[in-house]
Design a binder for this molecule. Structure first.
Ligand SMILES: NC(=O)c1ccc[n+]([C@@H]2O[C@H](COP(=O)([O-])OP(=O)(O)OC[C@H]3O[C@@H](n4cnc5c(N)ncnc54)[C@H](O)[C@@H]3O)[C@@H](O)[C@H]2O)c1
Ligand SMILES: [Zn+2]
Ligand SMILES: [Zn+2]
Length: 360
């Protein structure tokens, strides 16, 4: 049986998205059908519709989602209809060279549903293998992580992408711990989550850097102890001043620009860590004196999806949220309907929101 449901589709490069009736198959072996409850609008969805990810139009957008399991396919024994789940784009394989060494968070062979969802008979490419700006979607069982259903769907869904990427950049990749000093460059959803993760991990100094004063004010609410408007002052100098002339233990770049990567590099103390979580485009280049890379010691790291392991991290973060130890409500700037995604892209471009979340 095929389900006909409404979904947000990007049909061609740069064109506004539209609501279409799409065809979602019943789950086959290893697949689950999800009744989507909420899905956040992420910058990556906009990248897809601009053709910046690949050319495989039409895309079924949306990937920061939560929902209820509606039906499970053959061989799926750890999910049951009615389970509340967060969708993830890291269904680990268990067999690749990274999984075999016990590093499943780096899995090099993650998988998605085998069957295709379609628009007028043509295969859709679901964003990040999910496609959740839709009333129902089809994913691989490993893409659905069961969490406590007491969490609000619009909040839970955000753990599925940007918030996890930021929290994990600080807690998993950067290994922020008690007494550390941290600087976060870029205070969008990802950067603010990195600030929140640093606070949760016990950082004593958390410096937020952005060029937008409103974003800096929001960053304070997430736990920044200091803010720097880098359109007005040199952030490297300002960070040195705050840290007794030394720089921070961990500098997190959450924008994806050469200029801010270099600022992060130079604002770090000796033997410190730089974490790149912002996504650069293929044309970007950086030039650094090699002696500085050597002489400063420490570590330069990249963070894919916050080095998360959904089965380990999602339930834990939802529990912390329900215990009011993790502030997630603040990320939801507004809830919207499925037909308001295009407008939400514009609000994101104008810097008016942290997250618009579609609620179904
Ligand atoms: N690594 C991952 O797995 C992963 C996952 C999700 C998103 N991301 C990436 O993280 C980045 C941030 O995502 P987001 O949703 O927070 O985006 P966003 O657009 O909401 O936030 C970016 C912030 O950077 C600020 N900014 C822009 N230029 C700046 C500059 N020159 N100096 C200082 N601040 C500047 C903006 O004012 C804004 O507050 C994006 O590149 C996104 O693609 C990475
Ligand atoms: Zn693997
Ligand atoms: Zn995303």
């Amino acid at each position: 049986m095929t389900h006909e449901v409404k979904g947000v589709v990007a049909k061609s490069k740069g064109e506004p998205v539209s609501i279409e009736t799409i065809e979602v198959p019943n789950p086959g072996p290893g697949e689950v059908l999800i009744d989507v409850k909420a899905c956040g609008v992420c910058h990556t969805d906009l990248h897809y519709r601009e053709g910046a990810i690949n050319d495989e139009f039409p895309f079924l957008l949306g990937h920061e989602a939560s929902g209820l399991v509606e039906e499970v396919g053959e061989g799926v024994d750890d999910l049951t209809p009615g389970d509340f789940v967060i969708l993830n784009w890291r269904a680990v394989c268990g067999h690749c060279r990274s999984c075999r060494r016990g590093r499943a968070w780096n899995c090099f062979a993650t998988h998605n549903a085998t069957q295709k969802m379609k628009l007028e008979g043509k295969e859709l490419s679901p964003a990040l293998g999910i496609g959740a700006f839709a009333e129902k979607t089809l994913v691989a069982a490993g893409q659905a992580t069961k969490v406590n259903p007491a969490a609000k769907p619009e909040v839970a869904g955000l753990i599925g992408c940007g918030v996890m990427a930021g929290l994990g950049a600080a807690m998993n990749t950067g290994q922020v711990s008690r007494g550390d000093s941290v600087a976060v460059f870029g205070c969008g959803g990802v950067g603010d989550a990195a600030i929140e993760g640093s606070r949760l991990a016990g950082a004593h100094t958390i410096i937020a850097v952005d060029i937008d004063q409103t974003k800096l004010e929001w960053a304070k609410e997430f736990g920044a102890t200091h803010i720097i408007d880098s359109s007005k002052v040199d952030p490297v100098e300002a960070i040195r001043e705050i840290t007794g002339g030394n720089g921070v233990d961990i500098a997190i770049e959450a924008i994806g620009l050469p200029v801010t990567y270099e600022q992060a590099f130079y604002s770090r103390d000796l033997a410190g860590t730089v974490v790149l979580v912002g996504v650069p485009n293929p044309e970007m280049r950086i030039e650094l004196p090699m002696i500085e890379i050597f002489g400063r010691g420490g570590t330069l790291k990249s963070s894919w999806y916050g080095d998360c392991l959904p089965s380990r991290d999602f339930p834990m973060l939802i529990d912390l949220y329900l215990q009011e130890r993790l502030e997630l409500d603040r990320f939801v700037s507004e809830t919207i309907a499925l037909d308001e995604v295009e407008e939400a892209f514009h609000k994101m471009e104008r810097g008016e929101v942290l997250r618009s979340v579609v609620v179904l």
